[in-house]
Design a protein around this ligand. Structure first.
Ligand SMILES: *Cc1c(COP(=O)(O)O)cnc(C)c1O
Length: 220
């Protein structure tokens, strides 16, 4: 199948109110342009250098999402244009984003990454930390780092019941935070979960944003 068929097939499986983030890491700009020409506007990258290079090279109405782990010293490179930072995993990083946003007088939308997988290698706050995090004064006082929701990655496993359980845990945390209805959470409405292998389950469990790479563009 060519990109057109694959793209249309995946789009047909995603409800209209769920955002498709086309994960273009490692793929060349020509492939991104091809997806752009099919109407795709939201793309995700996991490395800052690759993201900024592609931002320079491609149409300016692309919405660039940074989906991978972000180091504090690299925030300044994406702060001027990034549309959403998915994997904010500490208060320190959030504070750095806040400072860079203030310098630019630009609000920077962020998602807080939650560690739901039974793997040590994935970043994020642990589920038990979430409640206190959102009650902390440091988080409540943010003016430029704007928290738009939560993000998580399930365990890489064939055990679909386990994946479903992990997404359910994340969806529950999302609803818990949302129900606090603090004014600083007025933009809190995105739940980023689901990748090529598990996006159907994620959507079933309440995902509002799926990050799909290899199922769309082929093996990396
Ligand atoms: C690479 C990546 C994806 C996409 O993975 P695929 O399995 O290729 O769909 C999604 N989310 C994050 C955080 C990634 O790094």
């Amino acid at each position: 199948m060519g990109l057109t068929e694959t793209f249309n097939s995946i789009k047909s499986k995603i409800p209209a109110d769920v955002t498709l983030v086309a994960v273009s890491k490692t793929y060349p700009t020509e492939v991104i342009q091809e997806a752009y020409d099919l109407g795709q506007r939201v793309f995700g990258e996991n490395r800052v250098q690759e993201l900024t290079a592609k931002y320079e090279a491609l149409p300016k109405d692309i919405e660039w999402h940074l989906i991978g782990h972000l180091q504090k010293n690299k925030v300044k490179y994406v702060a001027p244009f990034v549309k959403l930072i998915h994997a904010v995993d500490s208060l320190e990083l959030l504070q750095t984003i806040e400072n860079e946003g203030r310098k630019l007088n630009r609000k920077i939308p962020c998602l807080i990454q939650i560690h739901i997988a039974k793997e040590d290698t994935k970043f994020g706050l642990s589920p038990v930390e979430v409640s206190a995090f959102f009650e902390s004064a440091a988080v409540k006082n943010l003016a430029f780092a704007e928290i738009h929701g939560l993000m998580g990655m399930a365990t890489f496993t064939d055990n679909l019941a386990q994946v479903a359980g992990e997404f359910e845990t994340l969806a529950k945390l999302f609803e818990d935070v949302k129900s606090k209805s603090h004014s600083y959470l007025s933009n809190f409405n995105q739940l980023s979960m689901g990748m090529s292998g598990d996006y159907a389950i994620a959507i079933e469990k309440g995902s509002t944003m799926v990050r799909i790479g290899s199922a769309l563009f082929g093996k990396r």
